[in-house]
Design a protein around this ligand. Structure first.
Ligand code: NAP
Ligand code: MG
Length: 496
């Protein structure tokens, strides 16, 4: 398997030129930066360092496409057809895209293929199928008037996304924005630029008119900021960290007051009550903390467990950690891959060292990098920390790495207080066999999504997003279309 993937990797083209107006442009960027694969530290490409003038060209192209009506005024069912074809093309090109993602950010190639790209294709088709099923309203008015409440596309949407599920996050923005008739300018994360550019090319191949989707490579503080401040962007949809999300609110306030939809980080708790299936709870909570090398906004990074079942839950989590040791992402069977970069590796291990100094105990993993035999690449074996207290840094700050913190509690009320005791509110898990407890406790958990007796389950119909410091934007589901549309009221005097 590894040989097949490695052979295919050798044949990839890493063109990083911006995609504007339906063509790959030569950027006026004077320089570029190295795209380093965390798999082995090799340089995959030099990424064009996009500029504010690239962003301006892309926004102008998006605006012209929008005003032309080639997409914005096309019938909904035809827009739907293009999105469905786009999903089909993603499926047909999934192996190439998976390989790029795996090399770019280090996740196991079979996860990129079977989880991420499957989700991308599904998302694009789901919105495609929704296209002609979005109703307007005709409220009862007076007998001599017709009142209509309709939704109009907002115009030009800026989308800025992270690298952890690079194309899934992108599809969650593109599906609802495009189905509503908008034009989009996408700024991918630096690490995952080339997979995003390939996705943009597939959109064109599916029949999206030129200029409706533009992709600009480059850095956050140049391309991202230029998009956030552009006076002709109507909506800015963002997934990423809390700090950058809040910057977009400032960019908006200091430019044209564009609508900003932040979907930010988390410190999600999985709460295990005494009557739960404790082994399943421990295993699943650990899986939720370690999957994608722990680089999940909704990672179950805290296990909040009733003291009488603590030891059994920890035992199951430690076994899960052992089952998810990292290996070469291109092997085709690695349970875990590399974390995104050396910088991130050092940051994660720094959190763990401080947690140990604060009094936590290492139940699985180590404070050193994990060697997978090549001696290169950024690998960390899954880490379980016990004896964590709710106020410790490790229990309050998003680590974004494979680290599970276990917090023992003495009552259900204490469990709820600890679970809710961070500024975040993205996801929460709850494990119990008691139907009433499942309802009562899940209502009290402050989170955009609560998973009962599972973690990270769901489908496209379920909105995803948070409360509090996790932001307020929602991706997925029909609700997401609202982010990219404006409500219009039309009152028609009938003169009867
Ligand atoms: P990040 O540092 O906030 O970056 C996200 C995006 O913003 C990237 O495209 C980045 O560009 C850009 N950016 C960085 N600095 C900027 C600036 N000053 N102005 C404008 N744009 C800027 O986050 P990340 O490290 O890529 O991703 C991890 C974070 O995403 C975590 O906090 C995670 O919880 C969150 N996340 C949330 C969700 C959700 O649905 N709620 C889902 C996935 C991830 P560069 O790459 O060029 O720096
Ligand atoms: Mg970044």
């Amino acid at each position: 398997m590894r040989d097949t993937w490695q052979h295919a990797a050798g044949n990839l083209n890493w063109d990083t030129a911006p995609l504007v107006g339906g063509r790959r442009l030569l950027s006026d960027a004077p320089t570029g930066f190295d795209l380093v694969s965390p798999r082995d530290g090799s340089v995959l490409a030099v990424v064009a360092d996009g500029t504010a003038s690239d962003v301006d060209a892309a926004v102008r192209s998006a605006r012209a496409a929008f005003e032309s009506g080639a997409w914005s005024r096309r019938s909904a069912i035809e827009r739907g057809r293009v999105l469905i074809r786009f999903g089909d093309l993603v499926e047909q090109n999934a192996r190439e895209l998976a390989l790029r993602i795996s090399l770019e950010m280090g996740k196991p190639v079979q996860d990129a293929l079977g989880v991420e790209l499957r989700a991308v294709a599904q998302c694009l088709r789901w919105y495609g199928q929704l296209a002609d099923k979005l109703p307007g309203e005709a409220p009862e008015a007076t007998p001599d008037a017709l009142a209509l409440v309709t939704r109009e596309p907002a115009g030009v949407v800026g989308a800025v996304v992270p690298w952890n599920f690079p194309l899934t996050m992108t599809a969650w923005k593109l599906g609802p924005a495009l189905v509503a008739g908008n034009s989009v300018v996408l700024k991918p994360a630096e690490q995952t630029t080339v997979s995003a550019l390939r996705l943009g090319e597939l959109a064109l191949e599916a029949g999206l008119p030129a200029g409706v989707l533009n992709v600009i490579p480059g850095r956050g503080d140049t391309v991202g900021e230029a998009l956030g401040r552009h006076p002709d962007v109507d909506v800015l949809t963002f997934t990423g960290s809390v700090g950058v999300g809040r910057r977009f609110l400032v960019y908006s306030a200091e430019s044209n007051g564009k609508r900003v939809w932040p979907e930010l980080g988390g410190k999600s708790a999985s709460v295990i009550l005494s009557d739960a299936d404790v082994e399943a709870a421990g295993r699943s909570t650990a899986w939720g903390a370690f999957y994608n090398q722990g680089q999940m906004c909704s990672a179950s990074s805290r296990m909040v467990v009733l003291r009488d079942v603590h030891d059994r839950a920890v035992e199951a989590a430690v076994a899960q950690a052992a089952a998810m040791a990292p290996a070469d992402p291109l092997s085709g069977e690695a349970p875990s891959g590399a974390v995104v970069s050396e910088r991130q590796l050092e940051r994660i291990l720094g959190f763990v060292e401080r947690a140990l100094a604060d009094g936590a105990t290492l139940a699985a993993g180590s404070t050193s990098r994990h060697d997978i035999g090549t001696g290169r690449g950024s690998y960390i074996a899954p880490i379980v920390l016990t004896g964590v207290r709710p106020e410790m840094e490790i229990a309050q700050v998003e680590v974004f790495g494979p680290v599970l913190s276990v917090i023992a509690v003495d009552s259900v009320d204490e469990a709820v207080a600890v679970a809710n005791g961070t500024p975040f509110g993205l996801g929460a898990g709850l494990w119990t066999r008691d139907l009433s407890a499942a309802h009562l406790v899940s209502r009290r958990l402050r989170a955009g999504t609560v998973w009962v007796n599972c973690y990270e389950e769901g489908d496209m119909s379920m909105p995803f997003g948070g409360v509090g410091a996790s932001g307020y934007g929602r991706d997925k589901g029909a609700h997401a279309v609202d982010k990219y549309t404006d409500v219009k009221s039309t009152w028609i005097e009938l003169g009867a």
